[in-house]
Design a protein around this ligand. Sequence first.
Ligand code: NOJ
Length: 541
Amino acid sequence: MTPNPLDDAAWWRHAVIYQVYVRSFADSDGDGVGDLAGVRARLPYLRDLGVDALWFTPWYASPMADGGYDVADYRRIDPAFGDLAEAEALVADALGLGIRTIVDVVPNHVSDQHEWFRAALAAPPGSPERARFWFHPGAGPDGAERPTHWVSSFGGPTWTRTTNPDGTPGEWYLHLFTPQQPDLNWDHPEVRAEHESVLRFWFDRGVAGIRIDSAALLVKDPALPEVPAAPAPGEHPFIDRDGLHDVYRTWRAIADAYTPPRVLVGEVWLDDVERFARYLRPDEMHTAFNFDFMARPWEAKDLRESIDQTLAAHAGVGAPPTWVLSNHDVTRPVTRYGRADTGFAFAAKRFGTPTDLALGRRRARAAALLTAALPGCLYVYQGDELGLPEVEDLPLDRIQDPMHERSGGVDPGRDGCRVPLPWSGDRPPFGFSPDGVEPWLPQPAAWAELTAERQATDPGSMLSLYRQVLALRRRLDHDAPLRWLDAPPEVLAFARGSMACVVNLGPAPAPLPEHTAVLVSSGPLAGGELQPDDAVWLALP
Ligand code: NOJ
C-alpha cells in the first residue's frame, strides 16, 4: 500500500511547499482577481506538480494597500477572494489530495482600517486604544518633527502625524512599512493574546502551519533610540530584538498542543546566520526562509559558501534548512540569472536592467535541480515552475505595489513577479480569468508560449522538468546528509546517499563523476559532459 503522506509527522523537515499568491493564481468569478475557488479548481494541477503543502499569502479582509499584508480582519476572508466557508473547503479539498495548507500571519502591523487602529485614531493621546500601537508626540518645540529618523523597509519615513478632532496636528504613529500599516506594540498583553487567538482560529480550521511575516521586526526598543551606525547583535531598536524569542516560544507551545502539531515558518531577514539560527531553536520556529541563499549570485563559490554556512547553522539547532529561489517580493529567477549581476538586493532594483532570458532560463532550470537536491524544505513560488520571467514593462499607471511609489518611481516595485498566471489558450487572459476579462495586472502576449496547458505536453518545458524533479525527489532518502564530491572550482558536485547532483557554473563543459544512470538533467548531455549552466542528478554506483 502507498503510505499516506499525511501520516508523515516529519513532513515539515523535507516538504516541497508551493507559494500561492492568491490574487494572481486563478480567477473563478471573472473580476480579474484570483480567488480561493480558482485555487480549489486547480488543486489537481498542484497535486500533479508534486507539492506537499501550499503557503497562501494573506487572504484576509484587507484594503490591499500592500497586497493583503495590511490586514483589516484576521478572521474574515477578503470578499474578492471568497469567504470563510470557501477557505475551509479549500483546506479540506487540498488535504483530500494529500496537500497541507500554511496561512500567512502578519503580526508586526495591521491595516489602518483594522478596528483597533480606527479606535486608536478616535481616542485621545494616552488612551488604552492608542497603547496597542506606537503613538508618540513629535520631536521639536511644537512636535512637528518625527520622533525618530528610522527608515521604512519601503523607503521613506516610518512615522505619520495624526490630526486631532479640532483639525490641529496631533501625535505621530509608527509604521515600518506604509502609513496604511501601523505597527503594533508587542509589549501590550492584548496584542499578544489577540495573535494567540488568531493562531488557534486557523489551527482549529485544519491548517498545518503559519508563515510569520516580518518575524524579526515585532519587538521595539521602547526608548525609541536612533539606529546606531553599527548596532551590536540585539542592539538595533527594531530588528532582531531578544524579546522576540519569548513570543515564538509561546507560539510553539500553542502549535505543539495540536494533533498533529502545527508548524511555524518565519520570514526572518538577517545577515548574521548565528542570530538567524536562534529563531530555530527546538522550542521556537520549525523553519525559516533562507534568504541568504536566495540572494546569492550564480557563482559556484558563493553558492557553496551559502550552502555550507546554512547547513552548519541549522545543524547547531537541529532544524531543517529551507531553499528558496524566489517569492512575491523578489525578481523572478529567469530574469535575474540572465543579468550581469545575478545576485538579489532590494536596493539594486531598477528599470531597464538588461537580461538574457535564454541564459536566465537555462540557469533557472539548473537552479531547480540544485535546490531540489539539497537537504531540507524546498519552496516553489507560483509561476517559477512555468519559467515565467519578471514582467518589466508594466504600464506605470497599473503598478500597485507601494514600493514603487515610495521610491519616487525609481524602484519598479514587486508587481513584475505578481502578474497573473497563464493557464491556457493563446492570448490574455490565458485562462486566468474567463475570456474577455482583463486581469488586475496585464499579462505579456508572449506568455502564449508559457501556458501550463502548452508546457504540460512538452517534455522539454520547465513544467515537465519540475514535475520530473519533484517526483524523483520523493524517492530520495530525506535523511541522507550532503557530502561534497571532488570537482573543478566552478562546478558544484555533491552526493546524498546513492544520488549525486552536479551543477556547472563555469564557462567550459565539465566531466561527470562515475555513475550508473542519469536520473534527470536540465539540458542535453553532449558527449557525456555537463554543459555550462546545466545541472544533472545521477545514480551513483
Ligand atoms: C514581507 C512580505 O513578504 C511583503 O510582501 C510585505 O510587503 C512585507 N512583509 C510587509 O508586510
